[in-house]
Design a protein around this ligand. Structure first.
Ligand code: SAH
Length: 430
């Protein structure tokens, strides 16, 4: 999955033929920020609401986006934040984590206009066209970000990023050794089970019919090293293990990244392992992360690996590098990893996208845009777009897509729900 998506040799995101675009009608898929500007505006408002609730900091605030695509979401966020002068002047930097050079260029053009793109030791840098004092900084991987400053306030968004991170798939099977010993049918209740990994294997060329994928998933004959770690990752897998055939999908990289986000917000109890001694200890947790993606609200993802090409679902094993591959996001898993990583965070949600967007005021904002539309056709387009974002039907994005928030937690302080998750705009009383 990693090679197919981000390898510099033929990765889907990293080496598209010049001029080809993954997004939009002519591309392979369309995302919420590309459907309507209202989406990004509301994410911006959410960040403004957090900035207000956390005491209207005057400095040390930084924005961060993982997988910014064409840059549309960050552009809409910045257009929105610009209207709140005190917040805009509190911004120190904008960090973008982006694996693709082509998309970095598109983001640079949109967010920085004429300001040149300079190469740095760890990535690239330019200045924001909306806020000329604020640098936009690109890195290809979270690990290349400068260490979190103890006083920093990160406002983080990841839209359709986690679904692109590699998963491992495991299936519960009866342990071979034990089942040989339990020939007695009365002992079926006490069968022992183990996790086995489903691995990508090439198919025999003589079996292939034209246009069939060259790879398939097959059950490993013995447990792979990863299989032994499943139970240690989370207690959530245990109840499924005793049922032969249960399949779970796990994205260790997603768990590592969300842990890093959590420690940026809430600090960590563990001293950082970094050689320069820079820690992630934090006296006062601050900041927020908003994770928007698709996946089940409560259950563990299963059988969700998919390929998308030209707006159609295809085998994830077909045309490697030309097909977008993704998997459902395990929201409970992300929340659990964040809480385990930092004593200074809480998680809210996941809320369905329709619920979150409605609570954020999508109807009022979309109506305003519709009223200002120049032509009837434009008005119809505006209305169609925002309705698709909240449509809970099979073709809409309101139900499958979810929002998960990670917020600071300070012991002894009253729990505050963020806007869109049952909370209202609140002024910090301190
Ligand atoms: N957020 C955008 C784009 C979603 S597509 C939108 O909603 O429109 C996924 C994005 O994540 C792309 O920008 C892709 O290049 C980037 N990406 C995918 N895997 C990545 C990885 N491992 N590291 C960094 N960026 C990655």
């Amino acid at each position: 999955m990693r090679q197919c998506l981000t390898s510099i040799d033929g990765g889907y995101y990293t080496s598209l033929a010049a001029g080809r675009d993954q997004f939009g009608a002519k591309g392979d898929f369309i995302t919420s920020p590309e459907i309507s500007q209202v989406f990004g505006e509301l994410v911006g408002i959410w960040m403004v609401a957090e900035w207000i609730a956390q005491g209207k900091r005057k400095d040390g605030v930084y924005l961060m986006e993982l997988g910014p695509g064409r840059g549309t979401l960050m552009d809409d966020i910045l257009r929105t934040i610009r209207n709140f002068g005190d917040m805009a002047s509190s911004l120190q930097a904008i960090y973008l984590v982006e694996a693709s050079a082509q998309l970095r260029q598109a983001q640079h053009k949109l967010l920085c206009g004429e300001s040149p793109l300079e190469q740095t030791d760890d990535g690239y840098k330019s200045m924001c066209k909306y806020l000329p004092d604020v640098a936009v900084i690109w890195v290809e991987d979270m690990k290349l970000l400068p260490p979190a400053e103890e006083s920093g306030m990160p406002l983080i968004v990841a839209h359709e990023f986690f679904d692109a991170l590699p998963i491992h798939i495991f299936q519960s099977v009866e342990s071979a050794a034990k089942s040989a010993l339990t020939k007695d049918p009365s002992q079926t209740q006490t069968k022992e089970h183990e996790w086995r990994e489903l691995v990508v294997t090439p198919r025999a060329p003589f079996e292939l019919k034209e246009d069939e994928p060259e790879f398939e998933l097959s059950l490993s004959k013995i447990p792979t090293p990863h299989s032994y770690l499943v139970d240690a990752i989370s207690p959530r897998y245990k109840p499924l293990k005793s049922t032969s055939g249960s399949v779970v999908e796990i994205s260790p990289e997603s768990l590592a990244i969300v842990s890093e986000l959590a420690t940026r917000i809430g600090g960590s109890t563990a001293r950082s392992a970094r050689s320069d001694g820079a820690g992630t200890q934090k006296q006062t947790p601050s900041g927020a992360a908003l994770i928007l993606d698709y996946g089940p609200a409560l259950t563990i993802p299963t059988n969700s690996l998919r390929g998308i090409r030209a707006h159609h679902r295809v085998s994830p094993f077909s045309a490697p590098g030309l097909v977008d591959i993704s998997a459902d996001v395990d929201f409970q898993g992300l929340a659990e990893a964040a809480l385990n990583a930092s004593p200074g965070v809480v998680a809210h949600g996941p809320a369905e996208q329709s619920t979150w967007l409605k609570a954020m005021g999508i109807e009022a904002r979309a109506q305003m845009l519709a009223d200002n539309a120049a032509t009837d056709a434009d008005e119809a387009r505006v209305k169609g777009a925002w309705k698709r974002l909240i449509d809970r039907g099979p073709h809409g994005m309101g139900k499958l897509y979810k929002a998960l928030a990670i917020l600071p937690y300070v012991e002894g302080q009253k729990m505050r729900r963020p806007v869109g998750f049952g909370g209202d705009i609140e002024l910090d009383q301190t």
